[in-house]
Design a protein around this ligand. Sequence first.
Ligand SMILES: Cc1cc2nc3c(=O)[nH]c(=O)nc-3n(C[C@H](O)[C@H](O)[C@H](O)COP(=O)(O)OP(=O)(O)OC[C@H]3O[C@@H](n4cnc5c(N)ncnc54)[C@H](O)[C@@H]3O)c2cc1C
Length: 597
Amino acid sequence: MALFRSPASPLPPSLRLRRLLNTSRSKLSLRSPTAMASSSSSSSEHNEPLSSSAKLFHVPALNAHEMEQIADKTVDRYSRSYDAKRRGRGTAIVWFRNDLRLLDNEVLFQAWSSSELVLPVYCLDPRHFATTRYFGFPKTGALRAQFLIECLEDLKKNLVKRGLDLLIRRGKPEEILPSIAKTFGAHTVYAQKETCSEELGVERRVCKGLHLVALSSVSTSNELSGMDSSIDAKPQHASGISFKMGPRLNLIWGSTMYHIDDLPFSTDHLPDVYTQFRKSAESKCRIRDCVKVPKYLGPAPSTNDWGCVPTLKQLGLSLDQVKLGMRFSGGESAALSRVHEYFWKKDLLSTYKKTRNGMVGADYSTKFSPWLASGCLSPRLLCEEVKRYEMERVANDSTYWVLFELIWRDYFRFLSIKYGNSIFHLGGPRKVNSNWSQDKKLFDCWKDGRTGYPLIDANMKELSTTGFMSNRGRQIVCSFLVRDMGLDWRMGAEWFETCLLDYDPCSNYGNWTYGAGVGNDPREDRYFSIPKQAKTYDPEGEYVAFWLPQLQVLPKDKRHFPGRSYIQQIVPLKFGNIPRQDGTQIILSDRRGKSRR
Ligand SMILES: Cc1cc2nc3c(=O)[nH]c(=O)nc-3n(C[C@H](O)[C@H](O)[C@H](O)COP(=O)(O)OP(=O)(O)OC[C@H]3O[C@@H](n4cnc5c(N)ncnc54)[C@H](O)[C@@H]3O)c2cc1C
């Protein structure tokens, strides 16, 4: 079967590609037509042209077969083509956390090279499905849980392709890992280093648990007590590794584009102004190359119970299929396919800076964040792809700007080390003292999209329906909650924690503290005027009418301030700009600050 051939398209892929490139060439200064994974354009039932009247946008807009083909080609590019030698002995465990990928995964590479057998493990930690700290929302909403399930299915499939498998257990890592390490006689548990307190607490307890294994092994070296009884495996002390030393926890940095060890300052001395951080990083350090993991990683230790990827029901959750807005597919294969689609197939990277503040459809921005947060995608791989695109197609403001945004992501991660738990506290890193309300009724109107401001309501409905909201939308609803409603910003942050597919504590609480004016940089204190934002970013009311169909019948200039034909506004806007009740509006500029980017 021809790759990516659309039944609907009479043109062979090579011809369609040439046409695509010819059109693009007239607009861009193309240097070479080479594409990342495959040069053909793809098509599927998901891949209809995305018009604003379309209701559902698959991200990526490719079917499972196409995604697998693209992922395989990308694996070829980013894996070792020769059989690298492994120098280690015995068994090493890879404890997968927020690094659910094979490419550019240093944890996996180090485990492989330090052992004869690699055992990949994922722990479904019940604490991730409990409630948020202050306001008791579900810590993981059903949409993100579904995304995680898809990530695990894809990871397991890809590990099997490479001669391994994924051992899945439900329970706390500090209980599961020592027991598994003992059963398999593993010398090391490798894992990606995290930075926030809950994750650090788990790391400490895993370390302690492994230490106890060492002690108990010394005293009862022939007993198998404390072993994972669900596993029918013999202790595998391959090649005579001394079990008396006990298993160690080896934590490896891996979540950022710039490696923490390469920063020109310690995290204690991280600049409090983003631009200073970015400029020093850009001028004084180099982004490391991707770690090339061998294609074949086997053999795996033998066991007859690898465990299963859970269903949503088994996690105690349920979900209606997403039928409106964006439907993301979880997993590394989908992530690599989205990179292929956004960069190479649709050439959207070359216009990113102009489109990134959009809200309609899937293509105004990269949509990489859910895969970055779960670790299905490495920011270093993205950087290499940007550089390759710049060499082969075009280098401009837009290609740079994706890296600029990824540096924000790095920055929030490093800030979480510098400021520790204060990013979760009401007063934030600057310990600002303010009066905040926790009015539940007001909050529920915000959360459910019933504030009477279509721009807020549409964004909140998008969030609860799809698990995603644009960066523009996030800044607007955050400003509204904090400045117009006067609510405790942590209520908003925790609701985002529940809903977002891309939830990541550093980026989420980092951005919320900025939005609430309690972040480390006092200059980041902004008010987003709804009339002005509506006029600039949704002038035709297309976005609000998409999520609030009752507005579709109204003239475009009335959709943002529909007056009596929409629900009553729950609070007045703080800084003027209050639309008249007849639906007309007076647009003033924002009184304070400017939107950052
Ligand atoms: C209140 C609030 C809460 C947020 N919570 C999160 C969160 O939990 N997880 C998360 O990944 N992002 C968060 N963001 C940042 C940003 O909104 C999303 O990263 C972005 O909308 C994701 O869409 P994209 O991948 O298409 O981004 P693009 O515009 O295509 O940007 C490319 C990548 O750059 C990174 N990035 C862009 N903007 C930011 C930013 N402001 N902060 C950190 N990284 C950024 C993301 O990894 C993103 O995928 C939040 C922003 C706000 C204002």
